[in-house]
Write a protein that binds this ligand. Structure first.
Ligand SMILES: Nc1ncnc2c1ncn2[C@@H]1O[C@H](COP(=O)(O)OP(=O)(O)OP(=O)(O)O)[C@@H](O)[C@H]1O
Ligand SMILES: O=C(O)C1=C[C@@H](O)[C@@H](O)[C@H](O)C1
Ligand SMILES: [Mg+2]
Length: 203
């Protein structure tokens, strides 16, 4: 009996905090950034569900806009063309907040995209170490950058090159191999504590 009462209270508190977070967010998007396999899509989708916000995945939107898979875009037009499409698609998506937006692993490397995210969103770097990432990307063959002879060396290089840039994100969440819901709770707690949200007028 007492336990059910406590559970109800915890749920009500959760709902109140989520409402507070949504008010503080306003029109901005929560933008997931980080390496291939860190969980931007999987965790971002669940975060959106928990917050009652729409979810968008930039990679999916690029594929829709091009009418081709990412692998086909790389093959037919090259990486540079893909990156330009990625920048445009993310700029468009950012004008449609509030939402949770999962970006592609390389999107945050573009300075214009970083500026647009800073203006229209709160960025979350899902940080994971190399062995975790390698295990996760090994499950799918849809990433053109990892099609060569030595995907492990590519991931190692990209992680080293990109980490200082991902570190410019507003928040950093550890993406360990834990239940997805636990990572989502970690992100919600970080958002609730973040001065970026607390500093909004009227909150
Ligand atoms: N915290 C986690 N614990 C265990 N598995 C996870 C976790 N987060 C993500 N995964 C799994 O890792 C795989 C890769 O995740 P996901 O596709 O979300 O990565 P991503 O960051 O979107 O990658 P990309 O940049 O290539 O789009 C998926 O199978 C996903 O379910
Ligand atoms: O890390 C990257 O550069 C990429 C990650 C994926 O999300 C896709 O955007 C694409 O495969 C490139
Ligand atoms: Mg993804």
């Amino acid at each position: 009996m007492i336990r059910i009462g406590l559970q109800r209270r915890a749920k009500r508190m959760d709902a109140a905090q989520i409402e507070k977070l949504r008010v503080a967010l306003g029109e901005r998007s929560i933008v997931m950034v980080g390496m291939m396999g860190c969980g931007k899509t999987a965790i971002g989708r669940r975060l959106a569900q928990r917050l009652g916000l729409p979810f968008a995945d930039a990679d999916d939107e690029i594929e829709k806009a091009a009418g081709k898979s990412i692998s086909e875009i790389f093959q037919d037009h090259g990486e540079e063309h893909f990156r330009e499409g990625e920048r445009k698609v993310i700029a468009r998506l950012l004008s449609g907040g509030p939402q949770v937006l999962a970006t592609g692993g390389g999107a945050f490397m573009n300075a214009q995209t970083r500026d647009a995210i800073r203006e229209n969103g709160v960025s979350v770097w899902l940080k994971a170490d190399l062995p975790v990432l390698l295990r996760r990307v090994g499950r799918r063959d849809s990433r053109p950058l990892l099609r060569g002879d030595n995907p492990e060396a590519v991931m190692k290089r990209l992680l080293k090159e990109r980490s200082p840039i991902y570190a410019e994100a507003d928040l950093v969440a550890e993406s360990r191999d834990e239940p997805h819901d636990q990572i989502v709770t970690q992100i919600i707690n970080l958002l609730l504590k973040s001065p970026i949200l607390a500093a909004q007028p009227g909150v």
